[in-house]
Write a protein that binds this ligand. Structure first.
Ligand SMILES: *[C@@H]1O[C@H](CO)[C@@H](O)[C@H](O)[C@H]1NC(C)=O
Length: 197
C-alpha cells in the first residue's frame, strides 16, 4: 500500500516534470531561429530567382507557343499585358500584381480546353504555376484598390473577347514571361526599365 502510494506520487511527479520541462523543450528546439532571418524572408517573398528565367527549354517553349498563336490573333486594338496594368501601382507591388495576372492566365486560359488545341500549353502552365507557388507568401502592401481595378479591367476585357481573348492571352505569353521576370527578379533587364524614366 505504502509503496504503491510512493509509486503513484513519483509517477505524478514525473508527469508534471515532463509537462513542465520536456514538452516545452521539445516544442521549441526544432524551430528555426527567429529574428533577422524572418525579416529577410518576408522581404524576399516577392522575389524570384533569376535562374527560373534562364532555362532555355521553357523560355523557348513559351515563346514558340506565343509566336504560333499570334498569327491567328487579328485584333491589334486590345492588349492584356502592358504598362496600363501598372497605372497607380507602386514598383514594389508589381511582382504581386504579375503573380495575380499569371494566376488568371493559368486558370482561365491555359487550363481550359485550349490545352488540347496547342502544343506546350501544359508545360508552360506548369512552369507558370511553379512561379506563383514560389510567390505564395508575396503580399500586397498598402491600398489595393488601384491594382484591383486594373486587374478587373483586364479580366472583363478577356471575358468580353471570349475565345479570341484566350487566343490573345496565349499570344502574349512571351510578354507575360518578360513582365514577371522584370517585376520579380532583382536585376531588371537593361533598356526596359531605363527608357521608362
Ligand atoms: C526554339 O528552339 C528551336 C530548336 O532548338 C529553334 O529552332 C527555335 O528557333 C527556338 N524558338 C524560339 C522562339 O526561340
Amino acid at each position: 500500500m505504502h509503496s504503491l502510494q510512493t509509486l503513484t506520487k513519483s509517477f505524478s511527479a514525473w508527469v508534471i516534470f515532463c509537462c513542465c520541462c520536456c514538452l516545452p523543450l521539445l516544442l521549441t528546439s526544432p524551430l528555426p531561429p527567429k529574428g533577422p532571418g524572418l525579416a529577410s524572408t518576408s522581404h524576399h517573398a516577392c522575389r524570384l530567382r533569376k535562374i527560373n528565367f534562364q532555362q532555355p527549354y521553357i523560355r523557348n517553349r513559351t515563346y514558340t507557343l506565343a509566336k504560333m498563336v499570334q498569327v491567328s490573333d487579328q485584333d491589334t486594338d486590345n492588349r492584356f499585358i502592358g504598362q496600363q496594368l501598372y497605372v497607380n501601382v507602386r514598383e514594389n507591388n508589381r511582382c504581386y500584381m504579375m503573380k495575380r495576372i499569371v494566376e488568371i492566365v493559368v486558370k482561365d486560359v491555359l487550363l481550359t480546353e485550349v490545352k488540347d488545341r496547342y502544343p506546350y500549353v501544359g508545360e508552360v502552365a506548369q512552369f507558370l504555376a511553379s512561379l506563383t507557388s514560389e510567390l505564395s507568401r508575396c503580399k500586397f502592401s498598402g491600398q489595393k484598390e488601384h491594382m484591383e481595378k486594373n486587374l478587373e479591367e483586364m479580366k472583363s476585357k478577356m471575358k468580353q473577347l471570349g475565345e479570341n481573348g484566350k487566343t490573345k492571352a496565349i499570344g502574349e505569353l512571351d510578354l507575360l514571361f518578360d513582365y514577371i521576370e522584370n517585376a520579380c527578379t532583382d536585376t531588371p533587364k537593361k533598356g526596359v526599365n531605363k527608357k521608362k524614366n
